[in-house]
Design a protein around this ligand. Structure first.
Ligand code: AHM
Ligand code: MG
Length: 318
């Protein structure tokens, strides 16, 4: 079986970028170990803190963030790091070529129920005309990403990585502590009649969303064979879409007028869009391509429609 190291060499990935990817994945192995030990490792439960976005942090959110920060801060090729759990970017090595942004533990509400959770990451080029730790370093589009991926801590720990226009799947061998390739050139299956959305937000969606979703499940509709799946963790839902097809949706809603969209552009939507598009799917906000959107605030939130292109198009109003 091919190891990740071998693949990165075969794909002729820049050696400095390989080094950054290795740092992220060493951190993810440590997080996977802690997650796997469950309550024994003392990672369950809430910490008595909130992140910059006003969300209660779980202990594992904080621990995972710290594991990633500690490892990346030592990497000579990382200029700065941005995290869902940090208000501002953390400056690392001055003049280094890469920026790393991540959601250290996506799907925090699944931690205590032993459900699917994961780390989502993206790597961007650092800008030489901007201060090392400035937020403006990250004001880039999805197309600027040089690598993106997620590590899903499920029954198996699985890495999906997009680099050099390709997407590959690896599974962690927990004995040898190595990621081995389990799927090459992942391709999103088309025609699967499955959607993922938080139905509890139904009454807060636009009429267009209410109608389009209802159209998939009404007994008299031609589309009645659609099934719904919802993990409550984007990383698990997008993994299912990449494996089995269908669509993952988190449209805007009016539940909290101060926050019309839920998911973050930089470390949730951008990396998932890069992965899904490399697998032949589509990734949009309600206005157009996620990849073409330019970040203008570090923790910016956007509506997310990701998966089978035909299904994504059905959810675009114009
Ligand atoms: P998190 O990064 O704090 O875990 O929040 C993101 C998660 C996504 O993984 C998931 O799709 C969504 O939030 C679920 O939120 P909700 O239960 O509010 O619909
Ligand atoms: Mg998240």
């Amino acid at each position: 079986m091919q190891s990740l190291e071998d693949l990165l060499v075969d794909l002729d990935v820049d050696a400095k970028l390989q080094h950054v990817i290795h740092s992220i994945l060493s951190a993810s192995k440590e997080i996977s170990f802690r997650v796997g030990m469950g309550a024994i490792s003392g990672v369950h439960g809430a910490a008595e803190t909130e992140n910059v976005q006003g969300e209660t942090q779980k202990k594992l959110d904080i621990i995972s963030n710290q594991i990633l920060l500690d490892i990346l801060a030592k990497n000579p090729y990382v200029r700065s790091v941005a995290s869902e759990e940090e208000d501002l970017p953390v400056a690392c090595k001055s003049g280094a070529p890469y920026l790393v942004a991540y959601d250290p533990l996506d799907g925090s509400s699944n931690i205590d129920i032993n459900g699917q959770i994961g780390t989502i990451f993206t790597i961007l080029p650092a800008k030489d005309n901007v201060e090392d730790g400035a937020v403006e370093q990250y004001y880039q589009t999805g197309h600027d990403q040089v690598c993106a991926g997620y590590v899903l801590y499920g029954p198996a720990t699985i890495l999906l990585i997009a680099v050099q226009g390709e997407i590959h799947e690896f599974t962690l061998d927990k004995i040898n502590k190595e990621f081995y390739q389990t799927k090459a050139n992942v391709s999103l299956p088309h025609g699967t009649r499955e959607f993922a959305i938080n139905m509890a937000n139904y009454h807060y969606w636009s009429e267009f969303y209410q109608k389009t979703i209802t159209g998939l499940i009404k007994p008299e509709s031609q589309d009645k064979t659609y099934n719904m799946r919802w993990n409550g963790a984007m990383v698990g839902d997008v993994h299912r879409v990449l494996t089995r097809g269908g669509v993952f949706l988190y449209p805007s809603d009016t539940k909290n007028p101060a926050q019309p969209a839920k998911l973050r552009l930089l470390y949730e939507a951008f990396p998932m869009a890069m992965l899904v598009e490399a697998a032949g799917g589509k990734a949009n906000t309600e206005d157009g391509s996620i990849m073409q959107t330019e970040l203008s605030e570090l923790h910016q939130r956007v509506p997310v429609l990701i998966g089978d292109g035909d299904l994504v198009s059905r959810f675009m109003q114009s």
